[in-house]
Design a protein. Structure first.
Length: 400
């Protein structure tokens, strides 16, 4: 198959979160299986800088076309990736593909590709990756997008992909019929976790005393991620529960909330006990998981936390808020512990339980590793995706 992947961001633009790596790993695995993969994306590296545009850019066998963003201010403030040159390019190239895979939902790129996919009768699948609900900021703009473009995108898709049953229900509420919805989770390349860093390497690099335990948050620094809950919980842990042998490590790129979190840390008087590492990639990220005693996901909302899969691959259980699809991934008492979002005392008790019961943590870690091997390997996920592509193409041929 000749497959087009369309996404607003692609490696090395890891600052934009899990969808970046998910689209990359899917594309890489498809290449390994003999398919031809082309990627349309933008030049955004993070919220304030661009990647160099190279027309001959190839990453591990996939041709990557990066189109210049009209404004990085729009990227930073509205997460709008406007790439006018894409329209001229797509007009000539879209007809050459067998199938198109659109990642994310409310994007300029989807509007353009939808137009030419319809014009040239090229089928496409759409994977919203948690972006369907009109929550957070700019809700009115999201509603306007849906009215003018979004509902047509969903209507004309051959199939839509939900990461979980909860996201499948979100599609249904957007009037997508059940027979058009396929549930395929995110996957993880376990080969990247075959040789983990030695224990203590992360602590040594960041000058964390060996006798200190690490409470780790890893992900985008965004309000929806609930990092302020975690900071308040950590303060409660120290001041009210007198638990002083753990440091809080907050790792990840700023997504508009870092200054507020730092101000909160300073206001609560715990600056010397909280470490902000900035984004972590590669071996440094793995080292953070290896050296942590507990990984915490305090999110206000979450569709599919890739961090949970990464922690599991390192045999680490997770403490997470009981929201969205998290309970279907973090199995309470088996691969981690759940707490009611925003409940400082319940989260504090869960963290202390993990810090003081190392044998139970080790057991949960083994179960977590087994779960990711059984259900979430990239090989298994792409097999499902490949079958979906083939079904779409078969149905298209039969309807001609």
């Amino acid at each position: 198959m000749r497959i087009l992947q369309v996404t607003p961001y692609f490696p090395p633009a890891y600052a934009f979160g899990g969808p970046v790596k998910a689209a990359y790993q899917i594309s890489r695995e498809l290449i390994k299986r003999g398919h031809e993969v082309v990627v349309y994306t933008t030049d955004a590296k993070d919220f304030g800088s661009r990647l160099e545009i190279d027309s001959s850019n190839t990453i591990e066998g996939m041709k990557v076309h990066r189109f210049r963003n009209l404004s990085l201010t729009l990227v930073k403030k509205l997460k709008l990736f406007i790439t006018p040159q894409l329209a001229l390019f797509a007009r000539k190239e879209v007809r050459k593909f067998d199938i198109i895979h659109l990642h994310e939902y409310r994007t300029f790129q989807n509007i353009v590709i939808h137009h030419y996919a319809r014009k040239y009768n090229v089928p496409y699948v759409l994977q919203a990756r948690g972006s369907l609900p009109r929550i957070g900021t700019w809700q009115r703009l999201k509603w306007i997008y849906d009215i003018f473009f979004g509902y047509r995108l969903l209507r004309d898709a051959s199939k839509v992909i939900a990461l979980t049953r909860i996201e499948a229900e979100q599609y249904k509420r957007m009037s997508v019929p059940e027979e058009k919805i396929a549930i395929i989770p995110n996957g993880i390349d376990l080969s990247e976790y075959a040789e983990l860093p030695s224990k203590g390497a992360f602590k040594k690099k960041f000058n964390i005393p060996e006798d200190k335990k690490i409470i780790l948050y890893l992900g985008r620094i965004h309000k929806i991620k609930g990092i302020d809950f975690l900071v308040k919980t950590y303060t409660y842990l120290i001041n009210e529960m007198n638990f002083k042998d753990a440091v809080l490590v907050i790792a990840g790129p700023d997504d508009g909330f870092l200054d507020e979190v730092k101000s909160l840390v300073q206001f609560l008087g715990i600056s010397r006990l909280v470490m902000f590492t900035g984004p972590l990639y590669g071996r440094e990220k793995l080292g953070a998981y290896v050296d942590s005693e507990v990984v915490v996901l305090p999110s206000r909302y979450e569709t599919f936390p890739n961090v949970a899969l990464e922690a599991y691959a390192c045999s680490k259980p997770v403490v997470a808020s009981n929201v969205g699809a998290i309970p279907s991934i973090v199995l309470h008492g088996e691969t981690g512990l759940l707490f009611q979002v925003g409940d400082v005392k319940e989260l504090a008790n869960a963290i202390v339980h993990m810090l003081t019961h190392p044998e139970e943590v080790e057991r949960m870690g083994r179960v977590a590793r087994g779960l990711v091997e059984e259900k979430f390997s990239i090989d298994r996920v792409v097999t499902q995706l490949e079958m979906l592509y083939e079904k779409v193409l078969k149905d298209e041929r039969e309807n001609e």
